[in-house]
Design a protein around this ligand. Sequence first.
Ligand SMILES: [Zn+2]
Length: 507
Amino acid sequence: MAQRSTADGLMQSTAEAETLGRASEHKESHESNASDDVKIDAVEILGDWLSQMELTDEKYLRAAPAFRVVECGGRILKQKSRADFAHSTAVKQINKFISHSWQASARSKYMALLVFYNGKAAVVMGFLVAAATMIFFMFDFLPGFMSYAEGGPERKYLGPWCISLGTLMFLLILLFRRPRDLIFLDRLCINQYDEREKSLGVLSLGACLKHSKKIMILWDETFCHRLWCIFELAAFLKTHENTELLAQPLDLTDFLVWKFILNTLVYGGGLVVPYSTNLSDNMFPVLIFIFATCAQCWLVTRIFVCFSQGSEAIQKQLSGFTFAGAQCYCCCANHQTPDGKDIPCDRRVMQQCIQHWFGSVEEFEKVVQTRAKDAFKKHLGGHFCPFWWLAASEIPVLWQQMDVAASRLYERDAHGAIGRIVLGLSVQLLTGPTVFATIILLLRWKPCRGLPLKLLAMALCLCLVFGIHTLFRALFQSLGELSGSLIFAGSFLLPTIILWHVSAYKS
Ligand SMILES: [Zn+2]
């Protein structure tokens, strides 16, 4: 459970709470011949209760609609409020149990949930709006201006409508759609302002996991080190033999979101800042273009480095997972409150549960190292970045080319329009993933480290971007937009498939 302080506090408060009484009754039913003079060990009772995965009361199986977490800019992930608990209700089953570490960035978790719940709808709606806009521009319902049309040989009548309205619709859906999926989030489903209720809620955690259809792990580097996160993972693995784990690594969402923002700025800028490839004709815009491309490649390199480090960390942490590596507040505080009272040890409680469920801690470690890792890979793919998520982050290039296609349709040049759509799709689905796979391979190969590696990756990124631009311009000039784009797409198909396959993690 993610509310570490809650959980650690629980061990303190349960000592007096009715909870312990209930847990101890439960234990006595198992060990009726326990000697009276043996002092009941609170840790053993708690461990025994938690490992049975039973509810302390039916009302503690709770869930709330997912929009409660993403409304108001993800306020609930940043600060708690007395009103939070009232948003959840008692349910018979939970759709998704949200497992996360409170040490991870609240902004990243908010973004991860937005992308998970609203990302697909935002991309589809953005695309539909861009397509409708293209038709409107074709029939002259929207104004335009004379521009070089993204490096075209001559000025054309053009408007940046698909990319701007597509992006606007994308953002509106991403930020304001209200997903109603029933989720368990500790802050919503455990009363944080009543110690007794809080303890009973925490003791029902195992049951909540047992009654959850899926678990969604908001993964960051601290996840594997938080004892309660490990407990949640263990309880879910124990009760769901063949269920997929949903993992949303926070580094991945940050990467995709930044990539989308950069793409929107770069491709939108490519439309509104007119430039020509002819230096003598148009020196100033060419310099802007070169500067913008270098800045873009530097930023792209930075987000690539963060993503690559993050995905390597997932790989390493899952492969080398140990229970001993997890930390908890009680052990760090030497099992004493600031005013000198004893705190029972969470680690011992968890260990008891894990031994009960998996036979031994070593067996559990093996399950995480194999089953959890495989489940992550199944959900995220060998790159820890699904192909379609990457393609979605490249959609601004398609919207930009839809604007150029609208300009061609305005001139009743259907071949040019189809050529531009094919070019947009080729960059989104082929050259984008090619650049991704190549840079990821370089970063994983690590011919050097630190700044030199970043500069090398940036140089590679620049070469690829300029190479791709030069290739499609040459093809367009010699073959025309339709044939040129088809040859362009055809020439990248095989290299993209090979590079995508080669750059995936194999083990
Ligand atoms: Zn401890």
